[in-house]
Design a protein around this ligand. Structure first.
Ligand code: HSE
Length: 442
């Protein structure tokens, strides 16, 4: 057996991911050491309650409630506690002591990323976070390293498994949002007490901030990410989408936008959107995640896999651990986070995309013309139009007939589209704007 220099590894947190990291590190320690060129000694695991039940057996002597003492003298600290504090303070302490830090804490990175990256740079340490976005899927390293020579135009990501599971159930099993959410909760995807982080899009927004920052070499703060969740998505919208050749997906979108003067900016946004059924993202079912990247030279790339799960996410953490250990063996400072482009972050009103709008209108002469005038008056060009007339149970038109119009637009700005929708809502011929969905990926 080869004798290696020993690196001291401190683990903070033994929840579903942490417990798996500890177990895999103990089980495959020698193999990982061979890959890293350094021994990886798990010196302790900081937990809130040493007597709590865990998904794997961690030797009792490794457990401690004293995280601060544990990180003293560690070469590599793995933070899997979650939450903002004390995770932030402990990571700063670890970095300031010169340790490399591995974290899966997307909320912390999206909120305090610049402070943590700055602290790492100051002492030449490295902060790794492959597990923070899309669980097991390698996406951070591909963006930071493999695609460092390319220019990314756009990222479309399904980065929240719970909402993808719910929308998939609505699409393929015809379940209502409420029923699908109950199933997601039963299966442990959605939090019982508060599923809002998932269904309101907060979790996806945190991941979007991280992806956009990396992709565009620009710090994208969490509050600059436009966010809509899936709570407004109806079964009727999902059914209509299917009939029109689309599927509704909650997308994390990071996009490089260029104005007429050639000035570039970044748009980071999360919303439910219509995706053509022949787009690769439409084939992402259940709680799986996928990240679709459009790069200038590489073209289209897609990364697919498990976006959550203890052992799956542990794989990403252990990959970071081997990288960190290799860096210790080689020596030298860590690679600083690249924010040199410093592009302006653009508001949602600057986004240009396509839309599908569903309206109930009074079925009388001139109604269609009136609607068309509202679109053209706001510079929004109609691409497709289908009309269906409401029939009574006997199969004849009702006394005051209404028609449903489904209008697909060419590309238009969010600002123009919003003005069009406002005008439609106050028009005499429109009884209701029943659905407005963006179309992405076509
Ligand atoms: N709750 C997330 C999801 C997993 O449903 O994908 C953790 O980011």
């Amino acid at each position: 057996m080869i004798e290696y220099r020993n690196l001291r590894v401190a683990l903070l947190g033994a929840g579903s991911v942490g417990a798996q990291v500890a177990a895999l590190l103990i089980e495959h320690g020698q193999e990982l050491a061979n890959r890293a060129g350094a021994g990886l000694e798990l010196v302790g695991v900081a937990v809130r309650d040493v007597n709590a039940t865990r998904s794997t057996d961690i030797p009792r002597e490794l457990l401690t409630t004293d995280a601060e003492s544990l990180i003293l003298g560690a070469d590599i600290v793995i933070e899997l506690m979650g939450g903002l504090e004390p995770a932030r303070t402990l990571i700063l302490q670890a970095l300031n002591s010169g340790a490399d830090v591995i974290t899966g804490n997307k909320a912390l990175l999206a909120t305090h990323g610049p402070e943590l990256f700055e602290a790492a740079e100051q002492v030449g340490a490295q902060l790794y976070y492959e597990a923070a976005v899309a669980g097991a899927i390698p996406i951070i390293r591909p963006l930071r390293d493999s695609l460092a020579g390319d220019r990314i135009q756009r990222i479309l990501g399904i980065v929240n498994g719970t909402t993808n599971f719910i929308l998939d159930r609505m699409d393929r099993a015809g379940e209502s949002l409420e029923t699908a959410l109950a199933t997601a909760t039963e299966l442990g995807y959605a939090e019982k007490s508060d599923p809002s982080a998932d269904i309101e899009g907060f979790d996806a927004a945190q991941k979007t901030a991280i992806l956009a920052s990396l992709a565009f070499h620009t710090t994208v703060p969490l509050d600059a990410v436009y966010r809509e969740g899936i709570t407004g998505v109806t079964l009727a919208q999902v059914d209509a989408a299917r009939k029109a050749g689309y599927v509704v997906k909650l997308l994390a979108i990071c996009e490089r936008l260029t104005d007429e003067q050639g000035v570039e900016g970044v748009s980071a946004r999360v919303y439910p959107a219509l995706v053509p059924r022949d787009h690769p993202l439409a084939a992402v079912h259940g709680a799986k995640n996928a990240v679709f990247i459009e790069a200038e030279a590489a073209g289209d790339l897609m990364f697919y896999g498990a976006g959550a799960g203890g052992i799956e996410t542990a794989s990403a953490v252990l990959g970071d651990l081997v990288s960190a250990a290799r860096r210790h063996v080689i020596g030298g400072p860590g690679v600083a986070e690249s924010t040199h482009a410093n592009l302006p972050i653009l508001p949602i009103s600057r986004v240009i995309t396509r839309y599908q709008i569903t309206l109930s209108v009074v079925d009388q002469p001139g109604a269609l013309a009136a609607v068309a005038v509202l679109f053209s008056g706001h510079g929004v060009s109609v691409e497709t139009l289908t009309q269906s007339v409401q029939l009574s149970d006997s199969g004849v038109s009702t006394p005051s007939p209404t028609a449903t119009l489904v209008i697909g637009t060419h590309e238009a700005s969010e600002a123009d589209l919003a003005a069009t929708v406002l005008a439609l809502e106050s028009s005499d011929v429109v009884s209701q704007v029943t659905s407005v969905l963006r179309v992405e990926g076509s």
